[in-house]
Design a protein around this ligand. Structure first.
Ligand code: UD1
Length: 425
């Protein structure tokens, strides 16, 4: 890409990766056919499709209308192939779904982006509380249950994946499960909404964000039935394009953005000097910057669990902070090592000091320099694209397979906004 061009126009936000993966995994619980709409075309979804096929599900893809049909009447296989499990962390939520449907799951330790320690102790804690027996060795986890029983489960930390895994196993458990300190992320609520539509009995109160309490009344597998479900829009992709607009400057309208899920992001953009307005009439989120005023850093930002500022937008913010006026200290509170992108941004001329495992200090520079940089994980890769939009000269981002895990067409979307960007063959 050649930096220095302001972005203008409209971009439509794709379906959410992190919401789609658990609902697709949930289809394993349902002895019927489900139709999923607005499923993003990204490689992590392809990986989930392969995992589902390996369990005995029959899939039909209607790419033209972005639909995926999953017939899970004949789920038989409890062993998941290592090559897909190790490629993607969210494969682990299939454990809860398989336990709930056929009472057994055998998986390798899951993979995913290299963003620090990613243990699964909380997943296993939730499943064991429901009565699953679990054996682990160096490489694999074997879970088995003659019968899952409802339980009171209080998570010491509100892990998104562990909450989803526990919900999936509890749907068909005997009796009632109460989860306390559950993750409040919209992708958890979306999973519950999908399951309820398919016949589950899950109660999330209006005060869920405050309480983190989920009540699941177990139902028989035979009560679950096929549904048509539309995947919610991707708040992280929306946030990425908001930071792109702030960083490159311009005037961008986001269609299909989940506005209510983006409050912390909108607040931050405004505090940095961007104009963010929700155009209710056209259901669009508008982000623009004043051509004459430089975007400025604010002194301190930290990531947190929902509804705080999301860790998945920490790297896009970092890219933007590199060219904003003043200084920002950025603290990562969710993952232990999520600053892999710093090295690449520094190669582009950014002034970033790593203070410790959790914090960096950024001093905004006038311009970044175009370079060849390497994407090392998904959101860090997207951040390099954002940085390239504001850099002087040509930036090439290598290893974009990481970006393709979560962004359907980042290049096409930004080109549509006027960026001088293309894929390199
Ligand atoms: C999900 C998202 C990811 C996002 C993250 C936090 C998907 C596919 N991925 O990841 O994009 O960044 O939520 O919003 O939805 N932890 C434990 N033990 C466990 C599980 C987690 O210690 O058993 C720790 C993790 O190491 C991490 C923290 O809890 O430090 C948050 O992890 P978690 O909420 O589970 O995130 P994921 O579900 O992996």
């Amino acid at each position: 890409m050649e930096g220095g061009k302001r972005l203008t126009g409209t971009v439509r936000i794709q379906g959410s990766k992190n919401a789609a993966l658990p609902v697709l995994a949930a289809s394993v619980l349902i002895p019927d056919t489900c139709v999923f709409q607005n499923v993003p075309y990204i490689t992590d979804i392809g990986c989930m499709e392969n995992l589902l096929r390996s369990t005995g599900a029959v899939l039909e893809k209607r790419e033209a209308v972005m639909e995926l049909c999953i017939d899970a009447r004949n789920i038989r296989e409890y062993r998941l192939p290592a090559r897909y499990v190790s490629a993607m962390r969210s494969s682990v939520v299939l454990m809860g779904a398989l336990l709930g449907r056929i009472g057994e799951a055998l998986v390798d330790y899951p993979g995913g982006c290299v963003i620090g320690k990613r243990p699964i102790d909380l997943h296993l804690f939730g499943l064991e509380k429901l009565g699953a027996q679990i054996w682990t060795d160096k490489n694999r986890i074997h879970a088995y249950a003659d019968e899952l029983r409802g339980a009171l489960i209080r998570f010491p930390f509100p892990s998104v994946g562990a909450t989803q895994n526990t919900i999936l196993a509890a749907v068909t458990a005997r009796g009632t499960t109460v989860i306390q300190n559950a993750a409040r992320e919209p992708e958890v609520t979306a999973l519950c909404e999908f399951l309820n539509k398919a016949g589950a009995d899950i109660v999330i109160g209006h005060d869920f964000i405050a309480t983190g309490r989920i009540v699941i009344h177990g139902v028989d597998v035979s009560c679950l039935h096929g549904v048509t479900y539309t995947v919610i829009p991707d708040r992280i992709v929306a946030g990425t394009y908001m930071f792109a607009a702030l960083c490159a400057g311009g005037s961008v309208a986001l269609e299909n953005a989940p506005v209510s899920q983006l409050r912390s992001v909108c607040d931050l953009l405004r505090r940095m000097g961007g104009n963010v307005v929700f155009d209710e009439e056209h259901d669009r989120l508008l982000v623009d910057t004043d051509e004459k005023r430089r975007i400025k850093n604010i002194p301190f930002v930290e990531t947190g669990v929902y509804p705080e500022f999301p860790t998945d937008l920490q790297s896009p913010l970092l890219a933007c902070a590199c060219v904003s006026g003043g200084e920002l200290v950025l603290k990562e509170r969710i993952f232990s090592s999520r600053f892999k992108v710093v090295e690449e941004l520094v190669r582009m001329g950014a002034d970033i000091a790593v203070l410790d495992d959790e914090s960096v200090r950024v001093r905004g520079v006038e311009k970044l320099e175009g370079r060849t940089v390497i994407a090392r994980e998904l959101r860090g890769g997207a951040a390099l694209v954002i940085a390239g939009l504001a850099a002087k000269g040509i930036t090439t981002v290598a290893d974009i397979r990481y970006i393709r895990r979560g962004y359907q067409d980042i290049v096409g979307d930004l080109k549509g906004l006027g960026a001088r960007i293309s894929y390199v063959d």
